[in-house]
Design a protein around this ligand. Structure first.
Ligand code: HEM
Length: 622
């Protein structure tokens, strides 16, 4: 299933001076600051920093490859809507940017599509511009969620939506011109507080006014930013609808019956929120939307959905299946863009054979081989090795997280049903895989040791402050296994998505916790509520001891204990081998991440995920 991002934005590299063109002040303009970077200004006021992905198709395509996105449906930015201005200016502005969007898409190798904008303060002009744009190749339109005081239930806007339905245009509703702005002058509150409320207001207005009853079901409508606060407050709306005549509106059905009339995007930036959104709207009504390439967008597009606990089927729908329906493009035609992209990148003529996969397209080999960007210039011969070794570690970390999450689920299953052995065997089987992977990870350092220290020094200066400290997956592994240290979050502040993911790992039960919960369910572990931490630790160690002392009854659990012990042992070996590598390459110098280097790393050697398993060994010899 091709991955389609339906909510992202563009700005052209340049456009005419709108203030001079229309003779009115405070129009957006672009100020290029340094290569590849620019600022959007509104009159004299700074609005937003942007970078070349906004206007350069090559940058966009390579970042789409990086993120595994086949198609982007881009739109201009609400700051260009100009709904409050004379219609002739807003229409002219819409035309400029609608045509610029098509120009950008034309260079997108079939992978960039667009939504147009219209001067929504004038319904006639809007309908005409929409028709022109649909003929020119746009897939639909992006509109703001209100025009001045008019909400989406305004009869003129409903007429426009009817026209969209007739034209087969997909409609993305984007919040803008946030309410209560005078009370939110600081801290980006219009974005964090106003936007969700605006979006919710748009949906509620359409439901209660009966607009959905009047509009045909073929209208394809999506609300950006996860539909704002709508899903979370639906219960409140429903309750008011049921119990207060004044809150009833004129709709024919209770509000919850209209959820099949619109989509929302996935831009909620939190896994629990996404899970909740999908639970409320249904997996068939949520679509990947990233707000790329803006600073508050998803930094690795699709990660939230991919790393969620949703089923594979639901992920497929969110990542692309729903978008294909929303846009009225077949998923095959979107996938075809991937095939042609793969073919051209591989440089070999491919005769398409239906939907057959190739080795390369399945494994995304061309994309993978493009992911090694040396910082040294000209590239130092050994930097490729340095990058590939690190990337390989990260891939294996990904697999470890995948397997350890499954082990956690198995142990939870075992706790829920202590009679059943299936989950315990499965946990032991997967843990064996984890130990084998970690064994490879310990060994892999030897490859890097073929790099002379002088060769590393030749490009080390280019790496600062990049450091293993910032490996979010390594820290995820530590947190997942039970070594939760909130202080380490500070290294991830520059990447909010990673920060949020790690915060989630801090909150969620660790492997350590679920393992001992399972022993408690098995009746092996009793802890007094008033026990001290030391007494709790002893009780856990004695629970393990009890398993080993009754080997015949607990072979399965002992196997899990042995695998966990081995994993702990191998992670310590990894830490030790890493220190040896560090000393071999940079001696006792400071790290690029600012730590004292090997002397700091030596302090981590005492870290164990499951100290009770080791303590039990001491107790056995009592
Ligand atoms: C030339 C090779 C390497 C050198 C010189 C090196 C150096 C260092 C240093 C000095 C630190 C401490 C933090 C800092 O101040 O930067 C560190 C941390 C770390 N490095 Fe490396 N490293 C190398 C290779 C690797 C490789 C191949 C990996 C594989 C993923 C890796 C993963 C890590 C991790 C995860 C940490 C954080 C450890 C913790 O906080 O416990 N390093 N590295």
């Amino acid at each position: 299933m091709p991955v389609i991002d339906i909510h992202n934005h563009f700005f052209p590299r340049a456009w005419p001076d709108l203030a001079a063109r229309y003779g009115t002040p405070n129009w957006p303009w672009i100020k290029h600051t340094e290569a590849g970077n620019a600022e959007i200004m509104i009159g004299d006021r700074f609005f937003r920093k942007i970078y070349s992905a906004c206007w350069d198709p090559e940058v966009r395509l390579s970042e789409m490859d990086r993120d595994g996105v086949e198609m982007q449906v881009l739109s201009a930015t609400p700051v260009l809507f100009a709904y409050e201005r004379p219609v002739e200016h807003a229409l002219d502005c819409a035309r400029l940017f609608n045509d610029a969007a098509l120009e950008l898409c034309a260079q997108g190798k079939g992978r960039l599509k667009s939504l147009c904008q219209v001067p929504l303060q004038d319904i006639d002009a809007s309908c005409k511009e929409l028709t022109r744009c649909m003929r020119a190749g746009h897939l639909g339109v992006q509109i703001g969620n209100h025009v001045g005081d008019k909400n989406l239930d305004d009869p003129g806007i409903v007429t426009f939506l009817q026209h969209c339905a007739d034209e087969g245009a997909a409609v993305l509703v984007h919040p803008w011109d946030m309410l209560g702005a005078q009370r939110m002058p600081n801290y980006m509150m219009p974005w964090t507080v106003g936007m969700p409320a605006e979006t919710q207001l748009g949906i509620v207005a359409m439901i209660l006014s009966g607009a959905f009853d009047r509009l045909p079901p073929k209208l394809r409508l999506c609300f950006a930013h996860g539909g704002g606060s709508f899903a979370f407050l639906l219960g409140r709306l429903e309750n008011a609808w049921q119990h207060h005549a004044v809150a009833h509106g004129v709709c024919e059905l209770p509000p919850s019956q209209y959820l099949n009339r619109f989509y929302v995007d996935s831009a909620v930036f939190d896994e629990r929120a996404l899970q909740f959104l999908v639970g409320t709207m249904g997996a068939e009504h949520v679509m990947l939307g990233s707000d790329y390439p803006f600073p508050l967008g998803e930094h690795r597009v699709g990660t939230l959905i991919r790393s969620s606990q949703l089923t594979a089927q639901a992920k497929d729908r969110l990542l692309g299946g729903n978008a294909a329906e929303f846009l009225g493009v077949s998923s095959k035609s979107a996938a075809a863009t991937t095939d042609s992209k793969t073919a051209s990148a591989a440089g070999t003529p491919i005769v398409p054979q239906g939907e057959q996969l190739t080795y390369s397209s399945y494994l995304k080999v061309p994309e993978l081989l493009k992911l090694q960007d040396a910082q040294s210039s000209p590239p130092h011969h050994d930097e490729l090795l340095f990058i590939i070794v690190h990337q390989t570690y990260e891939l294996w970390f990904k697999e470890l997280l995948h397997d350890l999450d499954a082990v956690v689920a198995n142990l939870r299953g075992a706790a829920a049903n202590p009679e059943s052995r299936d989950e315990v065997y499965e946990a032991a089987r997967l843990l064996r895989r984890c130990t084998e992977i970690t064994r490879v990870l310990v060994e892999q350092f030897t490859i890097l040791e073929t790099m002379l220290p002088t060769h590393f020094m030749a490009f080390r200066g280019k790496l600062e402050p990049a450091s293993g400290f910032q490996s979010e997956q390594f820290r995820e592994l530590e947190f997942l296994c039970g070594l939760k240290d909130a202080k380490m979050l500070r290294y991830h502040r520059p990447t909010p998505e990673a920060h949020a993911l790690l915060e989630r790992r801090l909150r969620e039960p660790s492997l350590h916790e679920v393992f001992f919960d399972a022993l408690r369910a098995l009746g092996k572990l009793q802890v007094d509520d008033n026990a001290t931490e030391r007494e709790r630790f002893d009780a856990r160690a004695r629970a393990v001891l009890a398993l080993y002392r009754d080997e015949r009854s607990h072979r399965d659990w002992i196997d899990v204990c042995e695998r966990l012990t081995e994993f702990d042992e191998l992670v310590v070996s990894w830490r030790l081998r890493h220190i040896q590598l560090v000393e071999r390459v940079i001696g006792v110098r400071m790290g690029t991440g600012g730590s004292a280097g090997s002397s700091y790393l030596k302090l981590t050697l005492d870290k164990k995920f499951f100290p009770e398993l080791w303590e039990a060994r001491t107790l056995l010899t009592e």
